[in-house]
Design a protein around this ligand. Structure first.
Ligand code: ADP
Ligand code: ASP
Ligand code: MG
Length: 454
């Protein structure tokens, strides 16, 4: 039985934490695992800053960022106290990645432009370095382990920044490069988040994408005939909690959730799990567990096909949302109006989020980072359009919510005097979703939590 263990940034944020991870992997017993590693905590954000300062030609700031990044990884390497040979090969790897990082940064500066392809090559560096350090720490702790470049095994399309996996090709590569090591009793370590396009160039799966990598590798192992026990997402909280503990300190552990509930929670802002993680796992019936690397004794949350109990399981919020109100008197009884509205979003590649309709208007929320210029221009040809920015989506997630009497009354009763901009209920049996001003969202979330869990 192979387990896939994914360690997030906070779990590998320092030399001490990497040594803890090595200990955790080595002492768990059983068959060798596939270990998927994120960049060290904060490194991907740092690379985003570096990319932007390179483009803006802030040379001094960029140089100091490059030095800081190199220093952080070198200091971590020193803290691992490896054998001379092991330390040397890690130092060479850091050198190579940092040289590449400097070249990319310079290229961006010269062109004053960030292509999605160059951006991915730069953002991947955190995972490429950190996963090598984890592999070395594992070997130093006495475990037999090999590092594999994620670009050799995770095949994706060329949608840089949010690449989609080619699951068939990934399975072929995993069969060839990963399975034989596992069969020979070696732990395999690779980087999350990073893959390769058909032409071999580096791609990334989008922010938080290491969870998705872990699920894809679990799926690939399953597809090539290895029994996969579960996918474990190791992070800095005890598991999936009833709310984000950073906003609701009283949040408590949810021991079991179903796939649909976990998918809704992830989609509606519970950052603890990347939304796409669930899909490859569900398709193959592989359970996903979320666990705390700071407290390995805690059993965490298990996400499986079905979870016992009905009712509200957790609440989540996602900031950074804009609402569009698309209204037209001509819409009354107009056939095909909704299709016409949505085709505009489709044409401009803007994914729609929460939708609510009335007889005279359609309200739609989208991610505020989406470029809306074209959408608004095209909609304005046949409708009146207004925008409301700085909103947040709040979602109450659980099983059987559509059929449970009184949920909506409790939700909106609890929210009280917070102004609700838009409501969507009943589209799925697993959530009640509404939209509020971004500034009101944390308070609304706390009130909901009090109502359902405290
Ligand atoms: P990692 O670096 O391990 O990938 P993330 O920062 O991506 O970690 O995700 C873990 C964080 O998700 C937690 O620290 C917590 O603040 C946040 N979070 C949001 N919603 C929830 C929730 N419902 N349960 C647990 N954590 C949550
Ligand atoms: N390091 C990447 C990020 O910060 C991927 C991940 O951690 O899942 O988004
Ligand atoms: Mg994450």
């Amino acid at each position: 039985m192979t387990d896939v263990l994914k360690f997030g940034g906070t779990s590998v944020g320092s030399a001490e934490r990497i040594l803890d991870v090595a200990r955790l992997v080595r002492t768990r017993g059983g068959d060798p695992c596939l270990v998927v590693v994120s960049a060290m905590a904060g490194v991907t954000d740092f690379l985003v800053g570096l990319r932007n300062s390179s483009k803006d030609k802030e040379r001094a700031a960029t140089e100091s960022k490059l030095d800081e990044l190199e220093d952080r990884h070198r200091a971590t390497l020193d803290g691992l106290v490896l054998s001379e040979g092991e330390a040397r090969s890690c130092a060479v790897a850091i050198d190579e990645e940092m040289r590449r990082c400097r070249e990319l940064s310079l290229g961006i500066s010269l062109l004053e432009e960030i292509s999605p392809r160059t951006s991915d090559a730069l953002l991947a560096i955190g995972e490429l370095i950190c996963s090598r350090l984890v592999a070395a720490a594992l070997r130093a702790s006495g475990g037999e382990s090999v590092w594999i470049d994620p670009r050799e095994i995770l095949a994706t399309n060329a949608s840089y920044g949010a690449a989609l996996a080619d699951e068939k090709e990934t399975a072929v590569r995993v069969a060839l490069r990963v399975a034989p090591h596992l069969a020979a009793g070696r732990t395999v370590v690779t980087g999350g988040f990073v893959g390769a396009a058909p032409d071999g160039s580096t791609t990334t799966l989008g922010r938080g994408g290491s969870d998705y990598s872990a699920a894809l590798f679990g799926a690939a192992l399953h597809d090539v005939g290895r029994a996969v026990g579960r996918i474990e997402i190791w992070t800095d909280v005890d598991g999936i909690l009833t709310a984000d503990p950073r906003i609701v300190p009283a949040a408590r552990l949810v021991p079991e959730v179903s796939y649909p509930e976990a998918a809704e929670l992830a989609f509606f802002g519970a950052k603890v799990l990347h939304p796409a993680t669930i899909r490859p796992a569900v398709a193959r019936g592989i359970p996903v567990a979320v666990r705390n690397s700071f407290r390995p004794e805690c059993p965490g949350t298990v996400v499986r096909q079905d979870a016992p109990g009905n009712g509200v399981r957790a609440v989540a919020m996602r900031r950074g949302v804009t609402a569009l109100f698309v209204g037209s008197p001509r819409m009354l009884l107009a056939h095909g109006y909704a299709a016409k509205v949505f085709s505009v979003f489709e044409k401009h590649g803007v994914p729609v989020d929460v939708i609510a309709t009335s007889e005279v208007s359609i309200s739609i929320t989208v991610d505020e980072k989406a470029s809306l210029e074209g959408v608004v221009r095209d909609l304005s040809e046949f409708a009146e359009v207004s925008l409301l920015p700085h909103l947040a989506v709040i979602s109450v997630v659980g099983k059987g919510l559509r059929s449970t009497a009184g949920v909506a009354v409790r939700v909106f009763g609890a929210v009280g005097d917070v102004n609700v901009v838009l409501i969507s209920q009943g589209a799925s049996d697993t959530n009640v979703t509404f939209v509020v001003d971004g500034n009101d969202a944390p308070e609304a979330l706390r009130r909901l939590h009090r109502e359902f869990f405290e």
